[in-house]
Write a protein that binds this ligand. Structure first.
Ligand code: NAP
Ligand code: HSE
Length: 430
């Protein structure tokens, strides 16, 4: 019997305890050995927990886990940087294999964790840290390892995808839907990590590090979230035959890796456009494989437990071969923030009544050599007019500079939102 300890018994840890209890016999058969939860580290042992038949022994003392030689696998599902990072390092130093769903720790401290794992001949697996229940880390590391990867683009935050979907389908505003995403267990303890794009940047850093075999950290990713997206934007996107998604993209360009997380307007037939609710999708383009798309539930109890328990079973099967989880960052490439490719842009602007405001703004676009494909008046009230401008393919810097120039000329800020518009697959902006 392999003894496992859980550090954290919330959405993910609770799901893991339940899954191991409920599918005990099948899991033992498939892993080659039985797996039992020896203990679970929590903050508050008195908290009511619905664990559907699982009855792990609770502790608030990490030493009860770290000092117990009979425990060979530690599953970290606490979240946050500390004490999670210190506990993971201690677990590895004491020869315990580690499974974690903590993208914050893996993305920022992957290198030191892998070094500790190598030195102490332990496995370090983290399938649940990206894409919830979607297998993506192992496929990238193993099944697609023969490819030269050109691009990974993904919808990898369930909370923001759930919010954007509700805004699009029900016309609700962002703040109304966030509470529901939290209640369903999708959001991080601090949901600003989801809403401001940081969670997606952490996941992208993990995917890019594996896909391009070079260390990419979240701080290197150009990151924008969905806080500024309004129901009006989702409505106008629909009118343009598009949907707004928070898209994380990493792509190879002249030996460097470009990384960006931002809200993007996708055409409805784009492979990432039909991913709704808390679902995620990861599109990988490589040679010789071509395009591969992984999709499924990106957050939530059962989905993430599926990935975490899969990692536990992998360790049970392979724990005498610790080279299996070696770090794959064996080269060093420059990392560049931002997409960098010209694309059409959507700009929702508010202009004051009179003074030739629209003419001044469009003149500013012309002065920056940004051609406009359409200018549509959307609404008017006593304080002015709302317009949607769609550009021809242009550099993002030129588009933003044109809006700033126009605003300066008009005498006030005008931009409400500016989004890149992608066509077809990512990488084929018109
Ligand atoms: P959660 O529901 O808030 O659960 C956190 C658990 O950790 C709780 O059981 C909590 O104890 C325990 N904990 C936190 N700090 C602790 C401390 N200092 N000492 C002891 N115990 C502590 O979080 P979650 O949603 O399961 O997320 C856990 C991790 O999985 C995070 O890294 C998250 O990013 C990642 N993840 C989550 C999802 C998802 O859909 N939720 C999906 C993929 C990955 P109490 O129960 O006593 O409060
Ligand atoms: N908060 C994360 C999300 C959980 O919404 O995607 C899954 O990693």
């Amino acid at each position: 019997m392999v003894r496992v300890a859980l550090m954290g018994l919330g959405t993910v840890g609770g799901g893991v305890a339940e899954l191991l209890a409920q599918h005990q016999e099948d899991i033992a058969r498939r892993a080659g050995e039985g797996i039992e939860v020896a203990a679970a580290l929590v903050r508050d042992p008195a908290k009511a927990r619905a664990l559907n038949g699982a009855t792990p022994r609770l502790t608030t003392d990490p030493e009860e886990i770290l000092g117990d030689k009979s425990i060979s696998i530690v599953v970290e599902a606490m979240g946050g940087e500390e004490p999670a990072l210190s506990l993971l390092k201690k677990a590895l130093r004491r020869g315990k294999h580690v499974v974690t769903a903590n993208k914050e720790v893996v993305s920022a401290h992957g290198q030191e964790l892998f070094e500790a794992a190598m030195i102490h001949r332990c496995h370090l697996l983290f399938e649940g840290s990206v894409g919830g229940g979607i297998p993506i880390i192992a496929p990238l590391k193993h099944c697609l390892a023969a490819n030269e990867i050109d691009e990974v683009s993904a919808v990898i935050n369930g909370t923001t995808n759930f919010i954007l979907t509700e805004m699009t389908v029900r016309g609700q505003d962002f703040a109304e839907v966030l509470g529901e995403a939290q209640a369903r267990g999708y959001a991080e303890a601090d949901p600003s990590a989801d809403v401001d794009g940081l969670d997606a940047a952490r996941k992208l850093a993990i995917l890019a590090s594996i896909a391009f075999n070079t260390r990419v950290t979240p701080a290197q990713v150009s990151t924008a979230g969905i806080r500024s997206v309004r129901a009006a934007d989702t409505r106008y996107a629909t009118e343009l035959g598009r949907v707004i998604k928070l898209v994380a993209t990493a792509r190879r360009e002249n030996g460097a890796v470009r990384v960006v997380v931002a809200p993007v307007m996708l055409p409805k037939d784009h492979p990432l456009a039909a991913v709704n609710g808390p679902d995620n999708a990861v599109l990988v383009r490589g040679q010789p494989v071509g395009r591969v798309v992984f999709s499924g539930p990106g957050a939530g109890r059962g989905a993430t437990a599926s990935a975490v328990v899969g990692d536990i079973m992998e360790i049970v099967r392979l724990r005498n071969r610790p080279d299996k989880s070696q770090c794959t960052c064996f080269t060093s490439r420059p990392v560049v923030a931002g997409d960098g490719r010209p694309a059409p842009f959507y700009a929702r602007v508010r202009l004051p009544d009179g003074h030739g405001a629209l003419e001044r703004l469009t003149a500013a676009f012309a002065a920056r050599s940004v051609a406009l494909a359409s200018v549509t008046r959307k609404s008017a009230d006593t304080s002015g007019y709302e317009f949607v401008l769609v550009t021809r393919p242009a550099d993002e810097g030129a588009v933003r500079a044109a809006i700033a120039d126009g605003a300066a000329d008009i005498g006030g800020s005008v931009a409400l939102n500016v989004f890149r518009m992608e066509d077809g697959e990512m990488g084929t902006s018109r």
